[in-house]
Design a binder for this molecule. Structure first.
Ligand code: PLP
Length: 433
């Protein structure tokens, strides 16, 4: 694979028109190429590990729709199941049995979850879980970590990671101070800071929410004892522990980070993979807390399209495929091979790099390691990353257009794909070093 002068004229044309009719030309800011330079590639279709743009260029895709495409794009079994459901209707606005089926799968898979509520996005799941934390504890404050993203609800838009960091916005205008006054932040992997916050705010903190593995500030893993320590601290202080597994759920193991690390939170949010490419979010936890949600209890939360048959079908089929023998071993092996190849290629080109992977998720920073929190992540060379991103595109590899995003592999990424990707990395690292 050699660099060709990428023809993206149709992409440019479409994006130019898009910018006049939609803010920034995109429906979600992370899709823009602001931090890497150049213009976004407009996709035409996706299949397996590949994406094709409107100019006919093919890319090996490591974004996977930001996580959902874990079985590979447009998996034939998911598509077939969707066709079948489609004939019966796209949305009922009434109970449907498919909700039971997906709920049971989630409850069986995720250790902390005894009951689940479906919503339409990860943002919605996090908004609802926050209300539930406050409703259950009767306390208003929440602790989050710098660089963790929990959707775009007001109270979470404080030090909220990649999307916001990439654009260089400190927070966001329009978020009331009175709202974020109840949001306390600590550096990731820093138990002492959390301890201090609890001491300074006695009986006021409803809980601690975090990405158990951070994918919205690059890729940061919890240090040994961090998750366990948070479990103890929350218990001691009568507060809840909430894992935002919108990204890690069904991605770093079938039961998410809590299964992988053996630490059980009180509440969990999910999204991305459980929708199999359709809009689904969910929150769940022990029955005692979940029974507070309307109409079982007084905490109100609703959704017109929530639990619709189409979305449930994509989720169920995707989880069925993931449950098959050896799926996560394969995902893990593929991803390990990829990240170790990337690290080696960078070092051979004389570049500083640090990186790692878990399950089907990986990340690297162009700086000296280790990276344990967002502050350290910021040492990554974003200018070099921009050049790398461009060089990889020219060699047919689509990486997330930000130095602060995790990468995603799928069951469709073959050895041939990984070999081609690593060759592209070797050439690109040499070109930018
Ligand atoms: C993507 C993500 C969200 C938000 O989910 P949306 O479906 O984009 O609203 C929340 N938390 C985490 C950890 C995420 O990765």
């Amino acid at each position: 694979m050699t660099a060709n002068a990428l023809n993206t004229s149709r992409s440019k044309e479409i994006f130019r028109a898009a910018q006049e009719i939609m803010p920034g030309g995109v429906s979600s800011p992370v899709r823009a190429f602001k931090s890497v330079g150049g213009q976004p590639i407009v996709f035409d279709r996706v299949k397996g590990s590949y994406a094709w743009d409107v100019d006919g260029n093919r890319y090996i895709d490591y974004v996977g729709s930001w996580g959902p495409a874990i079985c590979g794009h447009t998996h034939p079994e998911v598509i077939a199941a969707l066709h079948e459901t489609l004939e019966k209707g796209t949305s009922f606005g009434a109970p449907c049995e498919l909700e039971n089926n997906l709920a049971k799968m989630v409850i069986d898979a995720v250790p902390s979850v005894e009951m689940v509520r479906f919503v339409n996005s990860g943002t919605e799941a996090c908004m609802a879980v926050l209300r539930l934390m406050r409703a259950f504890t009767g306390r208003e404050k929440v602790i989050k970590f710098e660089g963790c993203y929990h959707g775009h609800a007001d109270m979470f838009l404080v030090k909220a990671g990649s999307g916001v960091a990439t654009l260089g916005l400190p927070d966001s205008p329009g978020v009331p101070r009175s709202t974020t006054a109840n949001t306390l932040t600590a550096p990731y992997n820093d138990l002492e800071a959390v301890k201090e916050l609890f001491a300074e705010n006695p009986d006021a903190i409803s809980g601690v929410i975090l990405e158990p593995v951070v994918g919205n500030a690059g890729f940061i893993t919890p240090e040994p004892g961090f998750l366990e320590g948070l479990r103890e601290l929350t218990k001691e202080n009568g507060a809840l522990l909430v894992f935002d597994e919108v990204m890690t759920g069904f991605r770093i193991s079938y039961g998410g980070a809590q299964a992988r690390f053996g630490v059980t939170p009180d509440l969990t949010t999910m999204g991305k993979v459980i929708g199999g490419g359709l809009p689904v979010g969910a929150y769940g936890g022990i029955a005692e807390i979940m029974e507070m949600v309307a109409p079982a209890g007084p905490m109100y939360q609703a959704g017109t399209l929530s639990g619709n048959p189409l979305a449930m079908t994509a989720g169920i089929k995707t989880l069925e495929l993931l449950k098959q023998e050896g799926a996560y071993e394969r995902l893990e092996t593929t991803t390990k091979r990829l990240i170790s190849g990337i690290l080696q290629a960078a070092e051979e080109a004389g570049l500083q790099i640090t990186g790692s992977s878990i399950g089907g998720m990986f990340g690297f920073y162009l700086c000296e390691g280790p990276v344990r929190n967002f502050e350290e992540a910021k040492s990554t060379d974003t200018e070099k990353f921009g050049k790398l991103h461009r060089a990889m595109l020219e060699r047919g590899v689509y990486l997330a257009p930000s130095a602060f995003e995790a990468g995603f592999t799928s069951l469709a990424h073959s050895d041939v794909d990984i070999d081609a990707t690593l060759e592209a990395f070797r050439e690109s690292f040499t070109a930018i070093s």
